[in-house]
Write a protein that binds this ligand. Structure first.
Ligand code: CTP
Length: 438
């Protein structure tokens, strides 16, 4: 079968060209078609994607082919291609309406680069720069700049001053207010998976968008903490440092989201109590719920973040907790059905600990102890305990399955607490045996 794209003037565009020039693996390939109409595309067997966009899927590769367009915003009430003017639009016009110079390059079928707006130059100079005034057409681009800054921060990229000024304008003019929750979460979620996700929030703060989009996080900046524990003092800085630490430990966005919001309660501390934040773990629950509701954050992110917020101080004090308290903590996280949540919790707490000036290399002691307790409790053989309880029930002629079930549950719990207590006792013994250091 011949390739229907051969009958068209097509160019590879967007991320695929950018990634190729930067030397990264190319994921999705998007194409622009110049000089064609929707009718022609459909005739060649391409499948129409949406009603309002001139975008089609290739019948065999499934790759996206968009008719060149000069207008990237689709006006309300615009119905498809009935007055199709896309065939008049040149490649250059299409590229000019794109967000960033690094995203506004094209490549023809022979591999020749078309780069009218200096994308290659900006890659060389490591600059994230808008293409034209058309940048303002779409407030999602404010989020995209912050996300690309997070992606390339490790390579030394920075946002161009005039692009940043344009972002500030878009915030001041209220254009950012038009962002819908779904797109904010989408970009934020993608950014949490970038190598330096703290940069996403830093860039949004630099242009003033953080206050509009994530006011609960913005409110942490300027809130002091006790210098002895937090030499960085500012709570917002602590959160960004904690995200940096978390990025070194994991790329799981559920954990990173929990780190991001774990101290939201600190913005609600009464001024008279500053710089102390007694009770911030409970106080933080409301703003987390508020943020999650507004952005439709998926429930697994929300529920884990709420638990990390409520119990993160337990992890820091883990060595002082009684076995029953440790057990309750493990149960709160559903740590016997979902052990990975305890790993995540331990990791978030370590990121919190390492997210402080001068403490970036802080040891893993509390995290390890929590994981050791968890391992010991998990090692209890539930099947064996259940058999013992059943045998006792049979011997006593007790055939009520409900009562036996409850007894099994209680016996397993008891043994798990005993297993944790044994680790605590061993730890004490080891501490007692350890030679004193003067
Ligand atoms: N684009 C744009 N403005 C937007 C979104 C996209 O100008 N708000 C253009 C850019 O040229 C971009 C291309 O559409 O490169 C494809 O967008 P998309 O697939 O969303 O992102 P990529 O740039 O490919 O980046 P990623 O690697 O994150 O997928």
């Amino acid at each position: 079968m011949t390739d229907p794209a051969q009958n068209l003037e097509t160019y590879l565009v967007g991320g695929a060209v950018r990634d190729q020039i930067m030397g990264f693996e190319v994921k999705d390939r998007d194409w622009v078609v110049v000089g064609a109409t929707a009718k022609k595309m459909l005739k060649l067997g391409f499948k129409q994607v949406g009603k309002n966009f001139p975008v089609f899927l290739h019948p065999s590769t499934g790759e996206e082919y968009a008719l060149a367009r000069a207008e990237r915003k689709t006006a309300k009430g615009y119905h498809g291609f009935e007055f199709d003017s896309h065939c008049q639009i040149t490649l250059q016009q299409d590229l000019q309406r794109r967000d960033l110079t690094i995203n506004a390059m094209a490549m023809d079928r022979q591999g020749n680069l078309i780069d009218p707006f200096g994308g290659q130059r900006d890659i060389k100079e490591k600059i994230i720069r808008h293409v034209s005034d058309a940048f303002k057409e779409d407030p999602v681009r404010v989020l995209r700049v912050a996300r690309f800054a997070a992606r390339y921060a490790g390579k030394g990229y920075r946002v161009a001053a005039d692009t940043q000024a344009m972002m500030v304008d878009m915030v001041d003019n209220g254009e950012v207010d038009a962002l819908v929750a779904e797109r904010v979460w989408q970009e934020m979620h993608a950014s949490l998976q970038e190598k330096h996700c703290a940069v996403f929030f830093r860039e949004l703060r630099n242009c003033g968008a953080l206050e509009k989009i994530l006011p609960e996080i913005d409110a942490l900046f300027g809130v002091p903490q006790t210098e002895k524990y937090h030499p960085e003092i500012d709570t917002g800085i602590h959160i960004l440092m904690s995200l940096d630490a978390a990025d070194r430990l994991t790329d799981n966005p559920i954990n990173l989201f929990a780190v991001l919001v774990h101290d939201l309660g600190k913005a609600l501390t009464p001024v008279s109590e500053l710089p102390s934040h007694r009770g911030h773990e409970k106080r933080g629950l409301k703003p987390i719920k508020q943020l999650c509701e507004r952005l439709n954050v998926p429930s697994q992110y929300r529920s884990f973040a709420l638990k990390v917020c409520e119990f993160h101080l337990h992890c820091h004090r883990i060595g002082q907790l009684k076995a029953t308290t440790v057990m309750r903590l493990l149960e709160k996280f559903d740590g016997f059905r979902k052990p990975e949540l305890i790993d995540g919790f331990a990791l978030c707490c370590l990121a919190d600990k390492q997210g402080r000036s001068g403490h970036e290399q802080e040891n893993h002691d509390q995290m390890n102890l929590l994981l050791e307790y968890h391992r010991a409790a998990l090692a209890v053989d539930g099947g064996k305990v259940a058999n013992q309880v059943r045998q006792q029930a049979n011997a006593g002629n007790n055939t009520d399955a409900k009562i036996t079930g409850a007894k099994i549950k209680a016996a397993i719990r008891k043994q798990r607490i005993a297993a944790i207590a044994k680790v605590i006792a061993n730890g004490k013994l080891q501490t007692a045996l350890r030679p004193r250091l003067s």
